[in-house]
Write a protein that binds this ligand. Structure first.
Ligand code: P1T
Length: 378
């Protein structure tokens, strides 16, 4: 079955009792048991809920994985995956990551006795050099947040296999439509479903997908033991969002491409980051491992903070807000927003400059979006 068909049907049979075409929202915390030890597959909604089961099947199918698990947020999904690690373990991670993931690694996971080495993404040899005898996991985002760098998933999967460690890919920016890391050799895929999968900026959610049964059983145990699960209503909203993921992603990409080309030639733009442009450093790799380049653009403006403030204040359609992946266009100032938990030195080291802005390009008409940017830059 093709992606579009799976996204609409997988895990979503008509309701056996009523024939309802859409999976109901099972607003129940618990389930009557027929006798002690006998039930219909559900006991308590932290452990399992039929609306969440449908979402988890859908998530697995769109990632070409065997098993899906849904969470209360992207960071809840990340925390649950990192719970696989024990005191003394070591992680190798890319140095361009969502600020909240970095904060989790440095301010929470480190307290468990699990340390992380951050690798300069641009040097593939550095990844293998960073592996230590106690390294258990490689964690990457690709494209990265916020600099939209592309990491070679298949190459890292080879390194991970060679050293018997897990490769986890946060696939939030590409979405399951444009990139399927499990097909490229990753062990686990993570999403913030808050973004493209939900698609309408109305929920917070997360997902984990794997094809490894042993890992799935461990992760399912932690999902229940930790308890950071999504509500039935949030599960239903993500399930609904996934149905239109393909059409939305095609529009996000079309608009982003158009705006990236416009911004790349604008005299007030110093630098543009969009993997679809041939000028992007890893454009060839992006072409190879993704089927599209997504809807995110980052740019550096010429000038100082006053010019950035002026640009931000003049935009009308691009709303200044955290997050991404909704139908509406958003603008983020990473230095103070998504990456505000990094010190200035950490930001500078990673290339998150004071003139960097990030656009989540929505699916409004591209001409209106272009006019908005043009006006703000004038
Ligand atoms: O916000 P939450 O659903 O918990 O997801 C965290 C997360 C994980 N991974 C990536 C790549 C992310 O971008 C995020 C959240 N990011 C934003 C809120 C943002 O504006 O970038």
């Amino acid at each position: 079955m093709k992606f579009e068909t799976k996204a609409i049907h997988e895990g979503q049979q008509s309701d056996p009792q009523t024939g309802a075409v859409i999976v109901p929202i099972y607003l129940t915390s618990t389930y009557e048991q027929e006798a002690i030890g006998q039930h219909k597959g559900y006991e308590y909604s932290r452990t399992g809920n039929p609306t969440r089961t449908a979402l988890e099947a859908s998530l697995a199918s769109i990632e070409n994985g065997k098993y899906g698990l849904a969470f209360a947020s992207g960071l809840a999904a990340t925390t649950t995956v990192l719970s696989l690690l024990k005191n003394g373990a070591h992680i190798v991670a890319g140095d361009d990551l969502y600020g909240g993931t970095y904060r989790l690694l440095e301010q929470v996971v480190k307290n468990w006795g699990v340390t992380t080495t951050y690798v300069d993404i641009d040097h593939i040899d550095d990844w293998e050099n960073a592996v230590q005898p106690n390294t258990k996991l490689i964690w990457i985002e690709t494209p990265t947040n916020p600099l939209l760098k592309i990491i070679d998933i298949a190459a890292l999967a080879n390194i991970a296999r060679k050293h018997n460690i897990l490769l986890v890919v946060d696939n939030t920016f590409a979405s399951s439509y444009f990139q399927r890391p499990l097909d490229l050799g990753a062990d686990i895929v993570v999403h913030s479903t808050t973004k493209y999968l939900g698609g309408h900026s109305d929920i917070i959610g997360g997902a984990v997908v794997t094809s490894n049964e042993k890992l799935y059983n461990q992760l399912k145990f932690y999902q229940n033991a930790i308890g950071a699960i999504p509500s039935p209503f949030d599960s239903w909203l993500v399930l609904r969002g996934i149905k239109t993921l393909a059409v939305r992603m095609r529009e996000h990409e079309k608009n982003a491409f158009f705006l990236a080309k416009f911004l790349a030639q604008h005299p007030k733009v110093e630098r543009i980051y969009y993997p679809g442009l041939p000028s992007h450093e890893q454009h060839q790799l992006a072409k190879l491992q993704m089927s599209g380049f997504g809807g995110m653009i980052s740019l550096e403006l010429k000038g100082d903070f006053t010019d950035v403030e002026r640009f931000v204040s003049r935009l009308k359609l691009f709303l200044l807000a955290e997050s991404l992946g909704g139908v509406e266009s958003l603008l983020c100032y990473p230095a103070k927003m998504t990456h505000g938990s990094l010190s200035e030195a950490e930001r500078m080291q990673r290339g998150i400059k004071d003139n960097l802005l990030r656009l989540s390009v929505g699916i409004e008409h591209q001409i209106d979006l272009q006019k908005d940017l043009e006006n703000a830059l004038s």
